[in-house]
Design a protein around this ligand. Structure first.
Ligand code: COA
Length: 188
């Protein structure tokens, strides 16, 4: 996917490009505590060169069919992103994650953008299974997975280093046959 996809209510997603780097860095800096508490990667993003490298890595992944990092826009304003960390073509599975600026939460942007990514991975890419890995205490993130019909498959103990500690994570899984179009928000 290279064009914007509309999510309804003036929201859209499209792959992040090099020109988005200053906006991404500004958003991360403005939301440092909110994001670093839960994300695996934001604490390592400190300079424009870090964001440029991050975007380039995901552009290369997308070109190779290995993943993507879409920006989420509300009108013209960057609000956050939805990340496909990898696509495993052998086993037909992938992992998704998401992030928003604190002042863009509470409107369904993460749920709608993630539904769009799930739809893309299951329909266009013909995958069999999608995973989301949410901090045990990250109730808002877990609510996104549950809202989209993902199943809680258990806890992976001390599974990722998050900023300054190993954290326990819930593995959420969704199989292609479990995805119903009506689980996605009506706007999609
Ligand atoms: C995780 C995170 C993206 C969730 O944000 P969020 O705003 O709770 O999630 P959504 O954008 O899907 O919004 C859901 C809320 O909007 C409401 N909403 C409004 N319109 C909606 C719609 N069309 N569809 C779904 N929900 C909608 C929901 O009822 C819900 O409200 P509630 O919080 O009062 O229950 C955000 O907290 C975040 O960025 N956290 C830091 C980074 C992080 O933890 N990332 C996940 C790592 S695993």
């Amino acid at each position: 996917m290279t064009d914007s996809l509309q999510l309804g209510d003036g929201a859209s997603v499209r792959p992040l490009e090099a020109g988005d780097a200053p906006g991404v860095l500004e958003l991360i800096e403005q939301n440092r505590a909110h994001l670093d508490k839960w994300l695996r990667w934001s604490a390592r993003v400190r300079a424009l060169s870090d964001v440029t490298a991050l975007i380039a890595r995901f552009e290369a992944k997308q070109a190779a069919g290995d993943g993507f990092h879409w920006g989420i826009w509300q009108q013209e304003r960057l609000a956050g992103g939805v990340i496909c960390h990898y696509i495993n073509r052998g086993d037909l599975n992938a992992e998704l994650g998401y992030w928003l600026a604190a002042d863009q939460t509470g409107r369904g942007l993460a749920t709608r953008a993630t539904a769009c990514a799930v739809e893309h991975l299951l329909r266009q890419e013909q995958l069999h299974r999608i995973e989301m890995i949410c901090g045990v205490a990250n109730t808002r993130s877990r609510a996104v997975a549950e809202r989209l019909g993902f199943t809680n498959e258990g806890v992976r103990r001390e599974s990722y280093w998050i900023t300054d500690r190993f954290a326990d994570h819930v593995v959420y899984g969704l199989l292609a046959r479990e995805w119903r179009r009506d689980q996605a928000p009506a706007e999609l």
